[in-house]
Design a binder for this molecule. Structure first.
Ligand code: 5AD
Ligand code: SF4
Length: 485
């Protein structure tokens, strides 16, 4: 990954002067200051200091973690996979309660590492930290945590690390409730050389009644199209062949820009970028998916034949209650329009079971949609009560045993239809972007077709990052075995 362009600017920062006010130069200043602090600690420890960033949750968090890693490497920390490191950062998720429980559970283990390592610092960031009661609890019972920050200021990591290195006995807490700032010009450590996420917007304005995201990620903000295009051009110059455009609801991209532009227009511009082979995006809200977008997808084969289209529920009554702004019928009609324009498309979805007031009839409607749409795969979730959301205040919560029973039936159905759908490509030749050596068998490599389905085939590690035509020999449920042509 090419972060060299930052090295000269950063080492040229004059630490005798006060920190600049304007970003990203302020952070360059703090990277240099943290670097010098770290060098002193390294010298006294007699070794390089290590870091480990652990990501919980979605693709947005995964991308944020790449930004955190980029800054930490620039400061001079050495990356490690072990949580027994000198700096451990948990980038947290709070979309469901079990995400929070996991973090509390793992913090105990970190504390035991810290007791043995005098240099160790612990940082917590991300969505969970935007919840007041979480920070309160950490302040009361986890004083060993050095640094707490939220979703709006990850770009400030260098400044915060500086504070933590200079005041190791303090708990530094920096949570903002919102931000108009989008600071992007900072080092990033990409997990893959050949593919990358690209944030096109932040936040969400939809306030689905069960969802905590708008409260922890704030209001929708789109990046300027020129900035996005430039970032993708830079990525392709650096060897990236596939981008994943990221937003909570990409279909409402650009509506609030000074010069409004639709997501379909943005996609069309991105499709013109030379050297880019695949464009993905996530997530599409069904209420905003336009015919213009369907047409652009059909027109450009570079735009992957995959749409993640969260259903949440198949019951129009529940959908109204969820504030989703579509009905069972309009969702099915949308799927028909998509399939008519792009027949080989793979559709995937998210479904929640046990939303307050969900009856067996409502649940049957969900099963009916799954049978009709025939998703390639579906993420199924048990409804989780998130405090502060309208659904959490409803008193008709569904009993746990009823939810468990419905969840089992839904899972069986999505697995059955998923298997059948996935198998429809058997015997075809498809392009596969190779991602890694197979985890079980080193003679195989693993990659993805443009519809996101995984394929394993015999090949050597040189193929990583290349698009290889592969014949699909066997379908094993959700993946294929094939051979290179
Ligand atoms: N309970 C269960 N699942 C939820 N999701 C969002 N909020 C909740 C909740 N409170 C699911 C939705 C969304 C996905 C990212 O997480 O299905 O699409
Ligand atoms: Fe949550 Fe709905 Fe926004 Fe998705 S669109 S992040 S489910 S509020």
């Amino acid at each position: 990954m090419n972060n060299q362009k930052y090295d000269a600017i950063i080492s040229g920062m004059d630490l005798q002067k006060p920190a600049p006010e304007n970003e990203p130069f302020r952070q360059f200043y703090f990277i240099e200051r943290a670097r010098q602090n770290l060098q002193k600690i390294s010298a006294s420890a007699g070794r390089k200091l290590t870091f480990c960033v652990v990501t919980f949750g979605c693709q947005m968090n995964a991308r944020d973690s790449e930004k955190l890693r980029g800054i930490l490497e620039e400061i001079g920390y050495v990356q490690s996979d072990s949580e027994d490191s000198d700096l451990v950062i948990y980038n947290t998720c709070t979309v469901r309660e079990n995400a929070n429980t996991k973090v509390y559970g793992r913090l105990g283990k970190l504390h035991s590492y810290k007791k043995k390592n005098p240099h160790m610092m612990i940082g917590l960031c991300g969505c969970m930290m935007q919840e007041e009661h979480v920070v309160q609890k950490l302040k009361e019972s986890c004083r060993f945590v050095n640094l707490i920050f939220g979703t709006f200021n990850i770009y400030k990591l260098a400044e915060l690390i500086c504070g933590a290195l200079e005041h190791p006995d303090r708990m530094i807490i920096d949570i903002q409730q919102s931000s108009d700032r989008m600071v992007e010009q900072l080092p990033v450590d990409r997990k893959y050389t050949f593919k990358s996420g690209v944030n096109i917007m932040y936040g969400c304005n939809n306030f689905c009644s069960y969802c905590i995201v708008p409260y922890v990620r704030g209001r929708e903000k789109s990046r300027e199209p020129e900035d996005i295009i430039q970032e993708i051009r830079d990525l392709t110059a650096d060897g990236v062949r596939e981008v994943m455009l990221l937003g909570q609801n990409v279909n409402s991209y650009g509506k609030n820009l000074r010069h409004p532009i639709s997501f379909a227009e943005l996609l069309e511009q991105i499709a013109q970028i030379p050297g880019l082979d695949r464009i993905r995006f996530m997530t599409s809200h069904p209420k905003d998916l336009s015919d213009e977008l369907i047409n652009v997808m059909a027109k450009y084969p570079k735009i992957c034949r995959h749409l993640h289209l969260p259903l949440q529920s198949g019951s129009t009554r529940i959908l109204r209650d969820m504030n989703r702004h579509y009905t069972k019928e309009s969702y099915l009609a949308l799927v028909d329009r998509i399939r008519a324009a792009i027949p080989d498309i793979s559709l995937t979805t998210d479904i929640i079971v046990g939303y307050p007031g969900e009856t067996e009839e409502d649940f049957q409607e969900t099963l009916d949609v799954v049978r009709r749409v025939r998703y390639d795969s579906a993420f199924t979730f048990i409804y989780s009560k998130r405090s502060g959301t309208p659904a959490a205040r409803m008193d008709n919560q569904v009993p746990e045993d009823v939810i468990k029973d419905r969840f089992g039936r839904l899972l069986a159905l999505v697995q059955e239809t998923g298997r059948e759908q996935t198998a429809r490509f058997l015997g075809q030749d498809k392009d596969v972007l190779v991602e890694q050596v197979n985890e079980q068998d080193a003679d195989l490599v693993t990659g993805r077709m443009d519809n996101n389905i995984v394929v394993h085939f015999r090949g050597n590690p040189d193929l990583i990052g290349q698009i290889v035509p592969v014949h699909l020999d066997e379908c094993h449920g959700f993946y294929y075995m094939g051979h290179a042509l």
